[in-house]
Design a protein around this ligand. Structure first.
Ligand code: FUB
Length: 467
């Protein structure tokens, strides 16, 4: 009975929020090149970190997020950056993390001190780090720009494959240690049969597309996985002089690959790239990709978005549309445990920061901003709300509303000086209206007699007390 009630409430919650945006899934930072991974029932999301205001891919670090329900994402900060690799000079580009025997291997690509692009690997005992350079040198390096966008897949027989490449697609079999290989690097031949089009040396994709009218071509961003004994290679292809997402399949992890067509072709934003990953979670299939839908987004300000899809009965992937609504929750959030303030379904006028003492927290909170948390299950009712906050000067007000930024207000905390912007104190408020069942919760930031625009307070975690 309880399950049916929960399902009905979740459906109501999903319908209620069908008009509100869920894509891009992270609003506090730009998050290009998403790579999903599941560990112990939790979805982890590894991304890059585009820097607003630049006119190239000038990233210097990577981010980790996680979710239990596909809509509320917890920010775990940036446990790997260019500083983690002594041999790296610039360009923290696309990466993917995989787990093997309880260790986490985060394959990254960077520009080296000698001006090539190379693939490296960082290792950790936890999916959110801390990570450290596993080798102290690149795993794959040649005097070329081809070595970008690593994807790693471990087959059922234990053999791991590393694929990568821009304009060319390479693979090598990794040893069991996941940080070395003995065999030779193989280049997958580009052909119309494999990738829908082929390159001629010296000609750009744009020139080729104009002159030879090819329909698609392998560009970059490979993503290898297996489903029902079939291997799938998704990649950034080329359509109308901008990237699309396309895929090929094979009966073997090393090919030959057979082109299957384009998955996502619409580009309603002006991001040239769209790098993606595909994964199943809690009985549903998801496409992760990036777009430029955040304010100030663009080709160098890209953000992770997610769409749910269903495979066709023959195992083929349908065409998938870009949406603002994104995906629905596949679980509820327990308000009676400690919840990190940086667990969010949507946020405005705030960002996240991290320090050694507190870890990640919500910072730069401004009047009129808010954090939305979806599908919070209050059960039979709550009596008290507590929040851990910090403010160097008078901090304004933290209000708690239900189901809308202007919905029923159930609690509010006036935030005094706590002794510093990183001196967190837990403050409590009684619940003023009765609350039960599943609701979206909005933490709304108000300034009282505070000049609009100045930072109000920092916010680390929150919880409710059961009635
Ligand atoms: O994010 C930098 C580069 O842009 C990635 O390595 C490519 O896949 C493209 O998304």
């Amino acid at each position: 009975m309880k399950n049916i009630k929960t399902i009905l409430a979740l459906i109501a919650c999903s319908l209620g929020s069908a008009v509100s945006a869920q894509n891009p899934v992270i609003q506090t930072h730009f998050t290009p090149d998403p790579a999903p991974m599941i560990y112990k029932g939790k979805m982890y999301l590894y991304t890059g970190d585009d820097q607003p205001g630049f006119d190239f891919y000038t990233m210097t670090k990577w981010h980790v997020y996680s979710s239990d329900d596909m809509v509320n994402w917890t920010d775990h900060g940036s446990p790997v950056s260019l500083e983690s690799f002594s041999w790296a000079r610039d360009r923290a580009w696309a990466a993917q993390c995989v787990e093997r025997n309880g260790k986490f291997y985060w394959y990254i690509c960077v520009q080296t001190v000698d001006n090539n692009m190379a693939i490296g690997v960082a290792v950790s005992d936890s999916p959110a780090g801390p990570f450290k350079d596993a080798l102290g040198k690149p795993l794959v390096t040649t005097a070329t720009w081809d070595n970008i966008d690593p994807t790693v897949f471990i087959d059922d027989d234990g053999q791991a494959y590393l694929y990568w490449g821009n304009s060319k697609l390479f693979y090598v079999k990794l040893n069991k240690d996941m940080t070395s290989f003995n065999g030779k690097i193989t280049e997958i031949p580009q052909s119309v049969e494999a990738f829908g089009g082929m390159r001629r040396p010296g000609k750009s994709d744009e020139v080729l597309q104009k002159q030879e009218k090819f329909d698609d071509v392998y560009v970059e961003g490979p993503w290898l996985y297996k489903r029902n004994k079939q291997y799938y290679m998704m990649y950034a292809g080329m359509t109308n002089r901008t990237e699309c997402l396309s895929y090929a399949t094979s009966a073997s992890p090393t090919g030959p690959w057979k082109y299957q067509g384009k998955i996502m072709t619409d580009q309603p934003t002006n991001s040239f790239t769209n790098h993606g990953g595909i994964i199943d979670y809690k009985g549903k299939s998801y496409l992760f990709y990036h777009n430029a839908l955040l304010p100030n987004g663009g080709s160098y300000g890209r953000s992770t978005a997610i769409e749910e899809f269903k495979y066709n009965p023959d195992g083929s992937i349908p065409k998938i549309k870009i949406t603002k609504e994104g995906v629905n929750p596949v679980g509820t959030l327990n308000p009676y445990q400690r919840n990190e303030a940086e667990t969010m379904a949507w946020s405005e006028k705030c960002t996240t920061s991290e320090n050694k003492k507190t870890g990640v927290y919500v910072s730069d909170i401004r009047t009129g901003g808010y954090i939305k948390v979806r599908a919070v299950d209050f059960g039979k009712g709550a009596s008290e709300f507590s929040a851990s906050v910090a403010a160097g000067i008078d901090g304004g007000i933290l209000e708690v509303h239900l189901d809308d930024v202007k919905g029923t207000k159930i609690a509010q905390i006036e935030i005094p000086r706590t002794g510093g912007w990183e001196e967190f104190k837990t403050l409590t408020s009684k619940i003023s209206e009765s609350v039960s069942g599943i609701h979206d919760v909005y933490f709304v930031f108000q300034g009282k007699n505070i000049t609009a625009g100045r930072k109000l307070f920092n916010f680390d975690h929150w919880s409710f007390k059961k009635k």
